[in-house]
Design a protein around this ligand. Structure first.
Ligand code: GDP
Ligand code: MG
Length: 411
């Protein structure tokens, strides 16, 4: 053994990737991502530290318990002989341990209350140039990873689906073309946690590829590049990587931190790796939401069904949505009559990172609209009345600026 990838070591030792990175930070060891490699000496040190913590066996629980105890636990963890030896050898490590300010964002948010909020599944959007294989890739994942249930009363294309993997659920937003951009960042908040940029290996970077990359960067959403169509004889994945480098997006194998996965939506090659990288990225993002918190969600798409009426796909972001709840979107409200999950099965409630098709809106809500809930019809009407007042005030103010009537207006 010489060099080993961080996530491989984490897997071998039964430790969460995030914990592994904490230890590396503590040791002052530089890395780019969980797929970076580390030296054998470092591996030995990590093993010693984990042994001293007594965390080698019950690693995931131990890592969480250490997190729950907050920064003190982090600071006191590397106290054994191995850690001290490192602290002496590497001043940077000693500082990282001693100074709470040097804590990572993850550590900073480790108040006990924040720590008890459960993890949630990542929400992933797929973007890229037309014909590069976005739909094909989603279809392949849907075919192989979604157990279609018995069709419920209202089954129509939902605009999102859930894939089951060994690492848990991954939610894919499946909206065509430009709608993908409105769902990645709606009303100033991100809907997607991770963006997959699909680039055809026989075509490389095209205008809409650059546009997609720009959108993901503007929304500060982590990107994973899927080089698709590697089954084609004329596929040239190396050219895609070189072209990406020219945009300052440097693939890991060139020493950068961009994850690039060669795939084929036709043969399925590499798709498992892609799902694995999505889970790894999600783990590092430490995505959490409280199913017991106040409900909030976002409209993925809305439409009218001739028989059912208004149908809308809503992504639950916080809290839990239940049949019978009152929902407020913009200046309209509705009571949920029925909900189906993305596989078409009727459900009664839906927690964070769940796309649901909702029947009961009174008007078709627009993609990207925020959805809130109200205790009862009266409360829902009040929220709407307040919103209407605010809008009218703003409209009046605008009118007055255009056509001043009194001296006060002019001022
Ligand atoms: P989209 O516009 O990005 O959604 O692209 P599509 O999924 O509609 O794919 C465009 C074309 O490329 C279709 O004819 C697909 O059959 C084909 N295609 C997609 N993925 C692959 C692949 O991995 N290998 C090959 N050979 N063809 C593919
Ligand atoms: Mg398509």
């Amino acid at each position: 053994m010489s060099k080993v990838r961080i996530y491989t070591l984490a897997k071998d030792l039964g430790v969460e990737n995030a914990r592994m990175l904490e230890i590396l930070d503590g040791l002052g060891v530089a890395y780019k991502s969980v797929s970076s490699t580390i030296e054998e000496d470092t591996v030995e040190l990590i093993k010693q530290i984990l042994e001293e913590e007594g965390a080698a066996q019950a690693a995931p629980e131990a890592a969480q318990a250490a997190d729950a105890q907050g920064p003190q636990a982090q600071g006191s963890a590397p106290q054994g002989p191995a850690a001290q030896a490192v602290a002496q050898a590497q001043p940077a490590a000693a500082q990282a341990v001693a100074e709470p300010e040097a804590a990572t964002a993850e550590q900073a948010s480790s108040e006990p209350a924040a720590r008890e909020i459960p993890h949630r599944a990542p929400v992933v959007t797929i973007m890229g140039h037309v014909d590069h294989g976005k739909t094909s890739l989603l279809d392949y994942i849907r075919k192989t990873r979604v157990a279609a249930k018995e069709a419920g009363g209202i089954t129509q294309h939902v605009g999102a689906f859930e894939a089951k993997t060994s690492k848990g659920r991954i939610v894919f937003i499946d909206t065509p073309g430009h709608e993908a951009f409105t769902t990645i960042r709606a009303r100033g908040a991100n809907v997607a946690d991770i963006a997959i940029i699909v680039i055809a290996a026989d075509d490389s970077l095209m205008p809409q590829t650059r546009e997609a990359i720009a959108h993901a960067q503007a929304a500060k959403v982590p990107m994973i590049v899927a080089i698709n169509k590697v089954d084609l004889p004329q596929a040239d994945p190396e050219r895609v990587k070189t072209d990406l480098t020219q945009l300052n997006l440097v693939p890991e194998e060139y020493g950068g931190d961009l994850i690039v996965v060669p795939v084929s939506a036709k043969t399925g090659e590499g798709v498992e790796d892609l799902l694995e990288y999505i889970s790894l990225t999600a783990e590092l993002e430490d995505l959490r939401a409280d199913p017991k918190g106040e409900f909030s969600g976002v409209v993925i798409e809305g439409k009218v069904d001739k028989q059912a009426g208004v149908l809308a796909t809503v992504m639950v972001q916080e809290g839990t949505l239940r049949v019978g709840d009152f929902l407020v979107v913009g200046e309209s409200y509705g009571k949920i009559k029925a909900m189906t999950d993305s596989a078409g099965a009727r459900i009664k409630d839906a927690g964070p990172s769940t796309p649901v098709q909702v029947l009961g809106f009174s008007a078709v809500p627009a993609s990207g609209e925020k959805v809130q809930s109200a205790k009862n019809e009266h409360a829902a009407r009040e929220v709407i009345a307040t919103r209407a007042d605010v809008r009218r005030d703003e409209e009046n103010a605008r009118d007055r600026r255009r056509n001043p009537r009194t001296l006060e207006d002019i001022m």
